[in-house]
Design a binder for this molecule. Structure first.
Ligand SMILES: O=C(O)CCC(=O)C(=O)O
Length: 298
């Protein structure tokens, strides 16, 4: 059984200038009323296929979700309580594991509140065409401190075979730790959401640092995407992305929520972990209890 990393974090809440003045205070920042997405950020998303948004969670909410995450992991064999759809560990043989939990919202009321968060869903609705938003599924990825592994270059849509069309889903990725270059932040390729499925090419890349400077006439620009604790980062389902190892002494925990609209229908020929939970007919809009409706145009 894989070792599960505890919280183990000690985060200073403030930085002091030489004169002792507080330059930055987590608690103050976390309680400020920042919009999740401005018009400039929406334009940047359309241009690049990803953008960092604003704050979604307060420090207390992050703490609650971290405790819930610990609880769900430690009670994963308890059949008497609600469980996520899957808890698995990738790369354990290489001693560079990444823990993955799918649909933690089904096992935890605190996470269910987050996936149903109206402000967040309202922001996502600005990045998608549609009158309704549903959660396709959610996904926790934990990279343990010191030895958390890599998530290789990929696009999301090619792995979501049961959903059609394949070129217009959006994910909100919410950091439960300060996520930076040292502990395995994501990296994304600017504009790659406009180049269709390139998953076979991405599978040929042997390392995260192996991105060439050009592909099919497109110059390739890779950007690192650090995200602060409680903030959200958005990406399109065709954007090329991956994340490197956690070499720091801090864990790296995050939740991705993958959304769809009423225009997303079931493709019965395709395959996905969530397929057994889809009870509509081929080519019908994906609906049902496992795909909660989180936003409707007012
Ligand atoms: O958390 C990560 O490192 C990657 C997550 C991811 O691939 C996704 O949200 O689509």
């Amino acid at each position: 059984m894989a070792h599960y990393p505890g919280n183990g974090l000690s985060e200073g809440s403030a930085l002091l200038s030489d004169s002792g003045r507080i330059l930055f205070n987590h608690e103050q920042t976390l309680t400020m009323e920042n919009p999740i997405l401005t018009d400039e950020q929406i334009a940047a998303f359309q241009q690049n296929g990803f953008v960092k948004g604003g704050r979604v969670l307060t420090a207390d909410e992050v703490d609650e979700l971290r405790k819930e995450l610990d609880r769900v992991v430690h009670s994963r064999d308890d059949e008497s309580i609600r469980q996520p759809v899957r808890i698995s560990v990738w790369g354990e043989q290489s001693r560079k594991p990444v823990w993955q939990i799918v649909n933690i919202w089904e096992a935890s009321e605190a996470f269910e509140r987050l996936v149903r968060n109206e402000k967040l869903a309202d922001a996502v609705s600005k990045l998608m065409d549609g009158n309704e938003l549903r959660v396709w599924h959610d996904q926790i990825q934990i990279k343990p401190a010191e030895y958390g592994g890599v998530n290789s270059w990929h696009q999301d849509s090619p792995y979501w075979g049961t959903v059609h069309p394949t070129d217009r889903q959006v994910s909100a990725w919410i950091a439960l730790d300060e996520v930076g270059e040292d502990n395995g932040c994501m990296r994304m390729v600017c504009g790659s959401h406009r180049w269709g499925s390139q998953i076979e090419f991405l599978h040929t890349l042997k390392s995260l640092d192996g991105m060439p400077s050009e592909h099919n006439g497109h110059p390739l620009e890779v950007r690192l995407c650090p995200v602060s604790k409680g903030e959200v980062h958005f990406h399109h389902s065709l954007t090329w992305h991956g994340s490197h190892e956690n070499r720091s002494s801090r864990p790296r925990r995050a939740l991705a929520i993958h959304y769809m609209t009423e225009n997303h229908v079931f493709n019965a020929e395709g395959d996905h972990l969530m397929k057994p939970f889809i009870h509509v007919k081929d080519r019908e809009t994906i609906t049902g209890d496992h795909f909660p409706l989180v936003w409707r145009r007012g």
